[in-house]
Design a protein around this ligand. Structure first.
Ligand code: ADP
Length: 190
């Protein structure tokens, strides 16, 4: 089983690459952002709660996010492995994920990070906001708050995975195919 954390700040291209990589490596893709948006569209209790944080550019509380992620993993008992996209975003989430993998007699094999400059991220997200319909992409202030939240709570996860020799940084600027190739070069060694 190969389990990969696809990492990077908002707008780094995680979703785009996860779509390609899940086919290429036959992995189940779990995007916490997508699961939250699905719940918002369906007006579930979880969706209403998540929306109050997402609209401000803040992270949804750990307990809620961890429970949701566990449930998504449990829905796929026969998976060959997972690509986690948007999770973990805090140290508590990273620890919960390690425990979950442990219970499955498995582990996270690597965190593969897309590295992109902040100003490029803002530009990309504003551009995406023109068509994505995502309220958190439509407003520059919210975009900057998401990036700030990333540096406050998420960026430190590099060190968490580096300490286990599982961190791989990849240049996230280039064509989609070029970036897939860079990511594949890492994944193929796992
Ligand atoms: P992005 O394009 O910013 O990477 P996502 O689509 O992954 O965004 O997530 C959108 C929003 O959903 C985040 O800004 C956050 O509010 C919430 N969210 C997603 N994943 C998590 C998580 N692991 N922990 C807490 N909140 C999350």
């Amino acid at each position: 089983m190969k389990n990969i954390v696809l990492f990077g700040p908002p707008g780094a291209g995680k979703g785009t690459q996860a779509d390609v990589l899940k086919e290429k490596y036959q992995l189940v893709h779990i995007s916490t952002g997508d699961v939250f948006r699905f719940n918002i569209r369906n007006a579930t209790e979880l969706g209403t709660l998540a929306k109050s944080y997402m609209d401000k550019g803040h992270l949804v509380p750990d307990e809620v996010t961890i429970n949701m992620l566990n449930a998504e993993v449990e829905k796929n008992p026969d998976a060959n492995g997972f690509i986690f996209d948007g999770f973990p975003r805090t140290k508590a989430q990273a620890k919960a994920l390690a425990q979950l993998m442990d219970e499955k007699k498995s582990q996270i094999n690597a965190m593969v990070a897309l590295e992109v400059d902040d100003e490029v991220l803002v530009e990309r997200l504003l551009e995406r906001g023109k068509s994505s319909g995502r309220p958190d992409d439509a407003n520059e202030e919210v975009i900057r708050e998401r990036i700030a939240e990333y540096y406050r709570k998420t960026d430190i996860l590099k060190e968490f995975y580096q300490a286990q020799d599982k961190y791989f940084g990849v240049d996230g600027v280039g064509s989609i195919d070029e970036i897939t190739e860079r990511l594949s070069n890492v994944i193929d060694t796992l």
